[in-house]
Design a protein around this ligand. Structure first.
Ligand code: RP5
Length: 158
């Protein structure tokens, strides 16, 4: 069963959002990817968000750049946790995306990550942490990933 849905507003977001997918691949978490634009394909967004839980998805990762209402609109239509990734926009370097995704009025939360690649990687890690609550094997893989990261840090700068 697919556990994580990764949605994004445009194919141009994939260069950022692929890091969420690759992180989930590394941790052995099943996921799917879809281009779902809030303003260009609103019906696709409605169908995806309203059926996500019924289809067995547990977490949604939503990335968007310009007009970054996608994560908030998805969150409005599902009770599943939605993790938002602000994609770096051309005009404002992603600050507009960050503020739009983070500043949800109280009532509909979007767990907002950092702008760009770091945010996409952390969205994958956070989705895995959420799923690991009920999954001992995934917990072990997540801990091993962190141990490997720790061991990869050199003691000397050069
Ligand atoms: C948003 O506008 C997308 O999330 C993307 O970040 C941005 C630009 O989209 P394209 O014009 O590259 O399709 O909807």
């Amino acid at each position: 069963m697919t556990l994580v849905g990764i949605i994004m507003g445009s194919t141009s977001d994939w260069e950022t959002m692929r890091h969420a997918a690759e992180t989930l691949d590394t941790l052995g978490v099943s996921h799917e990817t879809r281009v779902v634009s809030a303003h260009r394909t609103p019906q696709r967004l409605y169908d995806y968000a309203t059926h996500a839980a019924d289809r067995g998805l547990k977490v949604i990762i939503a990335g968007a750049g310009g007009a970054a209402h996608l994560p908030g609109m998805a969150a409005a239509m599902t009770h599943l946790p939605v993790l938002g990734v602000p994609v770096e926009s051309k005009a404002l370097k992603g600050m507009d995306s960050l503020l739009s995704i983070a500043q949800m009025p109280g009532g509909i939360p979007v767990g907002t990550l950092a702008i760009g690649k770091a945010g996409a990687i952390n969205a994958g890690l956070l989705a895995a942490s959420i799923l690991a609550i009920g999954d001992e094997a995934l917990t072990a893989r997540l801990k091993a990933w962190r141990t490997a990261q720790t061991e990869s840090v050199a003691e000397l700068p050069a």
